[in-house]
Design a protein. Structure first.
Length: 359
């Protein structure tokens, strides 16, 4: 469903979209830097050092550059797209930019506030990568006169405080699911180049290898601190897995034109991404969600239904609109709780943590 009120047709619209927080939009985070500073990666030293050597080698240093034909192709193809698809693509650019920049800001702040050399160096490398990713997306917005002032976004967007362990679970998952989403889109355009409606998709393979490696870094930090993966923390892991998967499902179904233009069905695409993500997270999480449980898919559809009704209430405004919104918000929360109690599958952690981006 599309709402005229959410259109992006000026730099102000794009900036407003980036700064606005709702349940499904990318957030900015702060955390406890003293606790981050205390993270000891000693138990995974060999794998850690190999990973740091990869960061230092920086095989993507020349990747995020645009040739002169890029902007021409971007403008030419965009002009041919139907209006709804243009809007969903702009929404995709703005929300992707916001989440890349969110990583950039968080990693930079951690870097500035810790002295532990392992963590400091890692954060510097990851901030370097995310800054390239954000800049590359912003260039694509600028092609349409919709560039976002990132300094201003950094100053004005609200920050959510997360304890380090929640940063670990949430950021690990967002890096890994980011990899899975991008590689699945890249593979689709590899098979159907005639469908590729923007040049940026040609960059996705090497781009998502950065995200994969960022995820590896959090995997190693968690495996080095096994308490994060045991006891009541397993309940938190289940919560974050479900929250990340459910958020993605609702968002993708809210803008179906984008996936359809790629020749993908949102539901199939999402489940393929969940399956890739489930395979990857076996490197670190002692549980995986049961994607084939009959209640899993059915409840995702219920969640999407609730979010649509909530959105209608918000659009309508007034007392009735507010009641509608509250009612469907509560209904959605109840569905989420039910999904939380769908039995999960146990997973034995492998001795070797690191994986290759092989999808
Ligand atoms: Fe990134
Ligand atoms: Fe990343």
């Amino acid at each position: 469903m599309h709402h005229a009120g959410h259109e992006i047709s000026s730099v102000e619209d794009a900036a407003r979209k980036a700064v606005t927080d709702n349940l499904f939009s990318p957030r900015f985070y702060t955390t406890d830097y003293v606790a981050m500073n205390a993270i000891d990666v000693g138990p995974v030293r060999a794998e850690w050092d190999a990973m740091m050597a990869e960061y230092e080698g920086d095989n993507n240093h020349d990747h995020f550059q645009r040739d002169t034909a890029f902007a021409d192709e971007a403008r030419e193809l965009f002009a041919k797209l139907p209006h709804e698809l243009q809007q969903e693509f702009l929404d995709f650019l703005v929300s992707s930019l916001t989440s890349e920049f969110s990583g950039c800001v968080l990693y930079n702040e951690i870097k500035r506030n810790v002295s532990n050399p392992d963590i400091k160096k890692l954060m510097e490398y990851m901030a370097r990568d995310e800054s390239r990713h954000a800049g590359f997306l912003n260039s694509s917005l600028k092609d349409y006169g919709l560039g976002i002032d990132l300094g201003n976004l950094k100053r004005t967007k609200r920050y959510t405080y997360f304890k380090p362990k929640y940063i670990m679970y949430a950021t690990y998952l967002s890096e890994k699911i980011g990899y899975a989403r991008y590689i699945r889109i890249f593979r689709q355009f590899e098979q159907h180049p005639e469908k590729r409606f923007h040049p940026i998709f040609r960059w996705f393979q090497r781009w998502c290898n950065d995200e994969f490696r960022h995820g590896e870094s959090f995997a190693l930090m968690m495996r080095a601190n096994p308490k994060l993966l045991q006891g009541h923390n397993v309940l938190w892991i289940r919560f974050f897995l479900l929250a990340v998967y459910a958020t993605m499902y609702v968002r993708d179904h809210t803008r179906p034109a984008l996936k359809q233009a790629m020749g993908l069905q949102p539901t199939d695409y999402d489940f393929e991404v969940f399956r890739i993500c489930n395979e990857i997270t076996k490197q670190v999480f002692p549980v995986v969600l049961d994607l084939d449980h009959p209640a899993f898919h059915a409840n995702l559809d219920r969640l999407f239904h609730c979010s649509q009704r909530m959105d209608e209430g918000k659009q309508a405004g007034g007392l009735l609109g507010g009641l509608k919104r509250a009612f469907w918000g509560a209904a959605g929360a109840a569905v989420f709780v039910r999904m939380y109690f769908i039995p999960v599958q146990r997973n034995e952690l492998p001795a070797q943590v690191r994986m290759q981006p092989a999808w």
